[in-house]
Design a protein around this ligand. Sequence first.
Ligand code: F3S
Length: 410
Amino acid sequence: MYLNKEEEKMYNGEYGETIQKSMEIIVALGDIYNASKLVDITSAQVSGVSYKTIGDAGLEYLESLSQDKVIQNKVPSTLNPAGIDLDNWKKYNFPEEFSKKQLEIIKSYENLGISSTCTCTPYLIGNIPKFKDHVAWSESSAVAYLNSVIGGRTNREGGPGALAAAITSKTALYGYHLDENRKATLIVEIEDKIAKLDYGTIGYIVGQIVKDGVPYFKLKNKSKNGELKSLGAALASSGAVALYHIEGETPEDKIAIDENITNNTTNNNIKNITNNIEKISISRKEINEQAKNLSTTDKVADLIVLGCPHSSLDEIQEIANFVNGKKLENQLWVCTSINVKSAADRMGYTKIIENSGGHIICDTCMVVAPIEAMGYEVIGVNSAKAANYVPNMNGLDVVYNNIENLIKFK
Ligand code: F3S
């Protein structure tokens, strides 16, 4: 792989051991995927943050990397959710030993120059690349959002790859960084109008079918607040989707189809290319059946966790409006970043949710927090990704439904 003079110096250790080690990771990845060269990135998003997922081995690796004081990140770099609310772990009864280890991990990342804003929706807190920017993100739901909705370019980086990219501001040019790999591989026609929970359910169905391909959706209506977050998260968790297109909605829908074929048509009509790309339809009945099957129990949830992916201010406003003036029967966590919570505090949404008995929890989520060690048994979620992961990652039952059906009032 070609390296320019500066990159060679980095690779040869002239800027210190941490940069050298990081370059070795990036070059090794590039060699595996036949990249011709490296590319500068404008942003990084690093996973491998929760103590639950990286353990002591991960902590030791980060501590060894962060000894080198020459690191100066040049691009915005943020972290994926951690295992605790970093400021309020005592208040919400996160286990003490776990929390202390978690804080050590965060300290190591800070020493490496990575911002300790822990969120899977970095695009809601200022880590917002522009159209066609090359970046290195690793949270799968954020990768899907970045590639599909923003039109940036990233592969599904592993934690070490994204960290190496954050440290060097470089990544290898392959995969979704190249336009030729961003074409649709499956057309998905949704037969009914859809809203809210349907997006995650459809993502779960299609992810299993398309695997690491690129689905192209034909929907009967445009998406609303937060719905594409849910779609991408589910596509990425039941399959390995990093990019999807929606006809008339996402920025690369017009180039998602092979130009040689669409040039021969009068109006870019997708029907004209169905001979070349497989097409499937999904009915209302299939969506409803899949939604039902994502729950593992009929019991009422003792803890409802919303915000997978992390909530936007608009989503928190909707929740506040729903619970305003009422008292909750179940426990409620609304997960988000510290940045979005600050805005919710100012808008009065936090107070409304707390008055009802719920909490806005920062920096973490139902999957990477050790909720199985906190006395909960049935978790209520409105995210298909969370419904997919909670039984396996936490060993707990899950109820998957809309907020209105999950929350019970006294
Ligand atoms: Fe984010 Fe956790 Fe869901 S990292 S996408 S809230 S599983």
